[in-house]
Design a protein around this ligand. Structure first.
Ligand SMILES: *Cc1c(COP(=O)(O)O)cnc(C)c1O
Length: 345
C-alpha cells in the first residue's frame, strides 16, 4: 500500500525530469569554478533573488552557517528569535563553527521578531569594554509554524539595522512559499536583507542542496568558508541540475501545495475536537490540536500510521501536516476522512 506522506516537504523525491537532468548534466570541477551546471544554477538563483551572486551549498544549515561565519566574528552577537531554526535545529553550530553568541529573543507580538523587539538587544557601543558588538540579525521567512513575516515588518528591521550598521541574513529555507503567500516576487523579500539562503530540497522537490545569495564580495567570502567547512564539491553539476529543474518547474507546484493545505485546514475545521487557526494557514503547513476526552495527538499519529498515513509527533505548535508534490487532493481528503474516523464523527 502506498504511504501518504504528510511529515515534511523534505520527503519529496526527484521528478523524472530531474533524473534526466542529473544524467545529462554537463559537469566540471566546481572547486575550480569550472562546473557549468553549478555556475548556471548559482546565476539563476542570484537573478531570481536580485542579488549579485549565488553559492550552491549542500544544505540549508550549511547556507545559514556560512552566512553567519561571514557576517560575524567570534564573540560578536547575532540577534535571533528563540524559535529560529539556527537556534533550535542546528546543533549549536553558530557557537561551534563561528564562535558567535546568539542573543535569542522570545517573539511576543507575532511568531517573528519585530523591530521593536530587536531594538533593545542591539549593542554597538564599543567604548564600553563589557559589551559585545551586535553584528547580525537572522530572520526567517516562511516561519516554521507555517506563517509568513510581512514585508512591512521586514522593512522595519532593515531600517533599524541600517541605522546601526548591522547585517541581516534571511533563513529562507521556504522563501518561495513565503513569496507566494505574500503575493510578491522573492526578490522583493530578498531586497530587504544582505544575504538569503533557500532550500532546493523541500517543496521545490530537488534531492539535494540550497543556494546562498548576496553581494559579490559576500559570496566570495562564503565560497572560502564553504571550503573550510568541507562543502566544496567537484562535479557537483549532477546535483545542481535537478536544482535548475526545481527553479523552473518546481515553482508552480508550490501553489498547488498551498491550495491543498487550505483545503485540508477547511476539512479539519469541520471535525469536532480538532482545533486550528485557519488564518495561520498561509503556506504548505497545517497545524492543529486534538481537544477531546479520550483522544490525543499521539493517539491520532498512531491511528494514522496504522492506515499508512505518515505524520511526525506533535511539535510545540501542535500536530503538523505538510503538503508537497508527494500528496494530491485525493490524499488530502483521505487524510481528513481518517482524522474524522479517529475522532468518531
Ligand atoms: C529545513 C530548514 C533549514 C535547514 O535545511 P536543511 O537542508 O535541512 O539543512 C533551515 N531553516 C529552516 C527554517 C528550515 O525549515
Amino acid at each position: 500500500m502506498r504511504k501518504l506522506e504528510f511529515r515534511s516537504d523534505t520527503m519529496t523525491r526527484p521528478t523524472p525530469a530531474m533524473r534526466d537532468a542529473m544524467r545529462d548534466a554537463e559537469v566540471g570541477d566546481d572547486m575550480c569554478g569550472e562546473d557549468p551546471t553549478v555556475n548556471r544554477l548559482e546565476a539563476m538563483a542570484a537573478d531570481l533573488l536580485g542579488k549579485e551572486a549565488g553559492l550552491f551549498v549542500p544544505s540549508g544549515v550549511f547556507g545559514n552557517q556560512c552566512a553567519i561565519a561571514v557576517h560575524a566574528r567570534p564573540g560578536e552577537e547575532v540577534v535571533v528569535s528563540e524559535t529560529a531554526h539556527v537556534v533550535e535545529h542546528e546543533q549549536g553550530a553558530s557557537a561551534a563553527l563561528s564562535g558567535v553568541q546568539l542573543r535569542t529573543v522570545e517573539p511576543r507580538a507575532a511568531s517573528y521578531l519585530t523591530a521593536a523587539e530587536i531594538a533593545p538587544r542591539i549593542r554597538v557601543d564599543l567604548e564600553d569594554v563589557h559589551i559585545p558588538r551586535t553584528a547580525l540579525v537572522v530572520l526567517e521567512n516562511a516561519l516554521a509554524d507555517g506563517t509568513v513575516m510581512p514585508l512591512d515588518a521586514m522593512r522595519e528591521v532593515r531600517e533599524l539595522t541600517n541605522r546601526h550598521g548591522i547585517k541581516v541574513h534571511l533563513d529562507g529555507a521556504r522563501l518561495f512559499n513565503a513569496a507566494l503567500a505574500l503575493g510578491v516576487e522573492a526578490k522583493e523579500i530578498a531586497a530587504l536583507v544582505d544575504s538569503v539562503s533557500f532550500c532546493l530540497s523541500k517543496g521545490l522537490g530537488a534531492p539535494v542542496g540550497s543556494v546562498l545569495c548576496g553581494a559579490r564580495e559576500f559570496v566570495r567570502l562564503a565560497r572560502r568558508r564553504r571550503k573550510v567547512m568541507g562543502g566544496a564539491m567537484r562535479q557537483a553539476g549532477v546535483l545542481a541540475a535537478p536544482g535548475i529543474v526545481a527553479l523552473t518547474e518546481g515553482m508552480a507546484r508550490l501553489r498547488v501545495d498551498h491550495e491543498n493545505a487550505r483545503l485540508l485546514a477547511g476539512l479539519f475545521s469541520s471535525i469536532p475536537g480538532i482545533t486550528l487557526d485557519l488564518a495561520s494557514v498561509r503556506t504548505n503547513m497545517v497545524y492543529c490540536r486534538v481537544r477531546k476526552d479520550g483522544r490525543s495527538e499521539q493517539g491520532l499519529v498512531d491511528f494514522l500510521a496504522a492506515r499508512g498515513i505518515l505524520v511526525y509527533p506533535a511539535l510545540q505548535w501542535g500536530l503538523r501536516f505538510v503538503t508537497s508534490c508527494e500528496v494530491d487532493e485525493d490524499d488530502v481528503r483521505a487524510l481528513a476522512a481518517a482524522v474524522a474516523d479517529y475522532m468518531e464523527v
